[in-house]
Design a protein around this ligand. Structure first.
Ligand SMILES: Cc1cc2nc3c(=O)[nH]c(=O)nc-3n(C[C@H](O)[C@H](O)[C@H](O)COP(=O)(O)OP(=O)(O)OC[C@H]3O[C@@H](n4cnc5c(N)ncnc54)[C@H](O)[C@@H]3O)c2cc1C
Length: 477
């Protein structure tokens, strides 16, 4: 490390001999950690720009770290340079008059929710907060599309994004919005970390009531049939402001659990009416109640500890299916005996608002149906079990899709931010994904009809593919 680089960086430069080196590599998923050559806790856009130039001069792969929640290692770089926004660029400022939030590129959703609601406002964040040292960042979730409890009313996170400040591969700091650098603004809304480092996001805020009805309702596995039937019926008339995430999981003792995390953006009395068909089944435990809005995103994921290893896989579902659910329950129980802890979350909410935006309006390939997340956990200190977890995720996917009739390729796709195998090239000088039809076509599938335009924009802003950690786009010829 040259002293000239450390001298020009206002933030902190961490290398292997630094006391903070190990902690600077920590990620939510143990298997997402990589031994970087240098971690730069940047203070501002100039630090980002200098870090990019340094990495290019020294042929170091670049990773950008927002919250560090990505389980595939997209925010880590083996022997590379990590631009870490989480220490100094995590501020949130609300302009209540204009209903806008100015949010640092390394901020956490928890802080956005807490700050905005002070003014009776909110925007669309994710559904799992995870606090330090386990953090869900604004950065990765937003550039990957972003959906959450308020999506049925306000769309995706990117539909509420008004502007970004972004440092591109040349080291230039640009403002991108609907009238300035529009191509870049289009690409960054769903194109992930392919186009640069976002140092500030500006989000539209919406009036939000102070309390909401939410929480887990637990059902014994014997009630699965009634639950599927009630859910199917409820989905027929689903509207904005009411949603449910059903989680099928195996706990540490090997017991299968079914939890329906219900949400109604209103009072407890109305909420209980909305979910009457579920209550009529007779849940084993009812933890749902009226809670302060800012606690909503902390309800789920509490058992997904920091420091474990994880494999994530996303897919879509058009309708619940009992036969598939029975098979899934069996598969979950069997596989838990192997030491893997799988869980499947079915995210049921009205998709009307999200899909009212044309696919071509942003880079994001909109979900045509309900999101499903398969999440497989194992001991973070033990041997790597990625291959087994991948196989199990495939088996679970096949089971879930069996109940869906004939689906197009687009309909089978899951949310890009739920992907694990992102086809990451490991070296700057060779970008292996460009040489193989397989991985490249995987990237293409992630963006479907938007891919050719993304390739043009990649050519303009990152022709050498220095941002290559998350579905790396091949620049147009
Ligand atoms: C249990 C669980 C639940 C989830 N629930 C939801 C959900 O409800 N809704 C949802 O939308 N997603 C959800 N996700 C996925 C979530 O969007 C990703 O985990 C996302 O990566 C988190 O963002 P991060 O900043 O913490 O990621 P990081 O690990 O820091 O980064 C991930 C990717 O984003 C890039 N990135 C991060 N910050 C920036 C930035 N400022 N500028 C440019 N690129 C950046 C990184 O380079 C990397 O490629 C969930 C994930 C898990 C594991």
């Amino acid at each position: 490390m040259t002293s000239s680089f450390t001298d020009i960086i206002k933030g902190d430069v961490i290398t292997v001999d630094h006391p903070e080196y190990i902690s600077s590599l920590a990620r939510w998923a143990k298997n997402a950690e990589r031994k970087a050559r240098v971690v730069v806790f940047v203070k501002d856009a100039d630090d980002v720009s200098r870090s990019i130039i340094y990495a290019k001069e020294n042929n170091l792969q670049i990773a950008i770290r927002g919250g560090g929640h990505n389980a595939a290692g997209a925010s880590s770089a083996e022997d590379g340079l990590v631009i870490d926004l989480s220490r100094y660029l995590q501020g949130v400022r609300v302009d209540a008059k204009e209903k806008l939030a100015y949010v640092g590129g390394g901020a956490l959703w928890k802080h956005v929710d807490a700050e905005a609601i002070k003014y009776g406002l909110a925007t669309v964040g994710g559904k799992v907060n995870h606090l330090p040292p386990v953090k869900t960042g604004v950065g990765g979730l937003t550039v990957g599309g972003g959906h959450g409890y308020l999506s049925d009313r306000h769309g995706l996170t990117i539909d509420n994004l008004k502007q970004v400040t972004i440092v591109t591969a040349s080291g230039a700091t640009l403002t991108a919005n609907e009238s300035e650098n529009e191509d870049l603004f289009w690409a960054v809304r769903g194109g992930g970390s392919n186009f640069g480092v976002v140092t500030e996001f500006v989000f539209q805020l919406h009036p939000q009531r102070a309390t909401v009805f939410a929480g887990a309702i637990l059902f014994p596995v014997q009630k699965a049939k009634e639950l599927v039937e009630a859910t199917t019926k409820w989905l027929e008339n689903i509207k904005a402001d009411e949603s449910m995430t059903q989680v099928y999981a195996v706990d540490a003792s090997g017991k299968l659990l079914i939890a329906a995390f219900v949400f109604f953006n209103g009072s407890e009395e109305e909420g209980r009416m909305k979910f009457k068909s579920l209550y009529d089944i007779g849940p084993a435990v009812d933890l749902a109640k009226e809670i302060p809005y800012e606690e909503l995103n902390g309800l789920m994921g509490t058992e997904l500890d920091h420091g474990k290893s994880y494999y994530l896989s996303g897919l879509s579902q058009k309708k619940p299916c009992y036969e598939a659910t029975v098979e899934l329950i069996q598969k979950l129980s069997e596989s838990s005996k192997t030491g893997l802890r799988p869980a499947v979350g079915f995210e049921y909410m009205s998709q009307a608002k999200v899909n009212s935006v044309p696919v071509s309006a942003t880079a994001f390939r909109r979900q045509l149906a309900y999101n499903i997340l398969c999440n497989i956990q194992w001991d973070g200190e033990g041997p790597d079990r990625t291959d087994e977890a991948r196989l199990l995720a495939r088996e679970m996917t096949e089971i879930i899709l069996r109940g869906q009739g004939t689906l197009s390729e687009a309909e089978k796709q899951g949310y890009t931010n739920y992907g694990h195998d992102l086809s990451l090239p490991t070296s700057l000088s060779i970008a292996p994904h460009l040489d193989h039809q397989g991985p490249s076509s995987k990237v293409e599938r992630a963006f479907t009809t938007n891919y050719p335009r993304l390739q043009q924009i990649k050519k303009k802003y990152d022709p050498d593919v220095i941002f290559n950690k998350w579905y790396p786009i091949e620049p147009a010829a």
